[in-house]
Write a protein that binds this ligand. Structure first.
Ligand SMILES: [Zn+2]
Length: 96
């Protein structure tokens, strides 16, 4: 049997699992489904509130962003290389 707390979203009576930072309502206790797409500031486990280390979460997000930026750069470099190759092939074709 669940004893709560329950999700604070309108019309949702699911057991709460997280605390989010809602842009309009501030900190809100919600279920996992309603937390989706929001910034989670704490996890509720058996009613125990575990505050997430915001700095850690943010640095992880920054790392993930840097990672994907690096991948994009690699893809761009690859495209650039392919283009240069095509240009060389075209030029070689013109010389013949
Ligand atoms: Zn909910």
């Amino acid at each position: 049997m669940t004893t709560g707390p329950f999700c604070g979203s309108m019309g949702c009576r699911t057991e709460a699992e997280a605390i989010i930072d809602h842009p309009d309502h501030g900190e809100r206790v919600v279920c996992a489904g309603c937390a989706d797409g929001h910034e989670v500031v704490a996890i509720l486990d058996d009613g125990e509130r575990t505050v997430l280390d915001r700095a850690k979460v943010m640095s992880q997000q920054a790392l993930a962003r840097a990672d994907s930026a690096e991948r994009e750069l690699e893809e761009i470099a690859q495209v650039n290389e392919n283009l240069q190759q095509s240009v060389q092939e075209l030029e070689a074709g013109l010389d013949e």
